[in-house]
Design a binder for this molecule. Structure first.
Ligand SMILES: [Zn+2]
Length: 265
């Protein structure tokens, strides 16, 4: 399984985009996915990759098709710490030092490359849409309720590694939301560490109920530590935002000049 270098995002280090760009996301309303376990993580693989096509990604040319999506979650669920929540959750990115409970990655491949093995070695090979996940005792948000119900229904079914399920998924649960995001160029952490990922990190988190989130704990058994990677130093990565990030106490907030628009159709 490929992996990527996550980074600590500080809003005062985010600069604004220089040009106006519209990201186009073309999706089939309810594409069908095969769900199975890879390690302790559920993987969601589309039966038809063209059910989601993304164009005009910042700093990238051409179209990107869906490879699949997966969820990262922390070691503070399941095992000895079942039910415990800390500010150090299972997201792989942190915003101003704060991690969320989890992170959903929608992995996209440049259409001109054959598969992910080919794409991950190319400088323009991959795009990952990132949605933070926060947990709540309950929710009145229809998208959150749908996502929670989806996890509760399907995750226990695949707890056995021998089981796959095919299920139609409403991608609107993730994609129909506010379009504020951060973006930066990142690398893989697998050997050779190719600089092939354009990360697009949405500001508005997904909400999942506690009950639904605990279904992920059932996948890892006792003593496991989730499947999230530790936060990495930002180094010289340039974070850009299409919105005005919150001013921090010690730095000037960047001025927003223009911003991206995301359209789904
Ligand atoms: Zn991931």
């Amino acid at each position: 399984m490929w992996s990527a270098t996550p980074s600590r995002t500080q809003t005062h280090q985010a600069t604004t985009m220089a040009t106006l760009v519209t990201i186009w996301i073309r999706k089939t309303l309810m594409p069908t996915f095969c769900i199975h376990l890879v390690g302790h993580a559920p993987e969601f693989i589309p039966l038809r990759e063209d059910d989601l096509v993304v164009s005009n990604v910042p700093y990238r040319l051409g179209d990107y098709r869906l490879q699949g999506f997966h969820i990262h979650y922390g070691g503070d669920i399941g095992g000895e710490n079942a039910g415990v929540r800390t500010s150090h959750g299972g997201s792989e990115h942190a915003v101003n030092g704060v991690r969320f409970d989890g992170e959903l990655h929608v992995v996209l491949i440049n259409r001109k490359y054959q598969d992910i093995r080919d794409a991950e070695t190319r400088t323009d090979g991959l795009v990952v849409l990132v949605f933070f996940i926060k947990t709540a005792p309950s929710t009145t948000d229809p998208r959150a309720a749908e996502f929670s119900q989806f996890l509760e229904t399907n995750i226990p079914v695949i707890a056995n590694h021998d089981v796959n399920v095919s299920v139609a998924i409403n991608l609107g649960m993730f994609l129909d939301r506010q379009c504020d995001f951060y973006t930066y160029a990142g690398s893989l952490t697998t050997p050779l560490c190719h600089e092939s990922v354009r990360w697009v990190i949405f500001e508005e988190p997904l909400t999942v109920t506690e009950t639904a989130w605990q279904t992920l704990a059932g996948l890892q058994g006792h003593g496991a530590h989730g499947n999230c990677r530790g936060i990495q130093p930002l180094n010289d990565r340039l974070i850009k935002a299409n919105f005005q990030p919150q001013r921090t106490t010690t730095t000037q907030a960047p001025v927003r000049e223009r911003y991206f628009v995301i359209l789904t159709y």
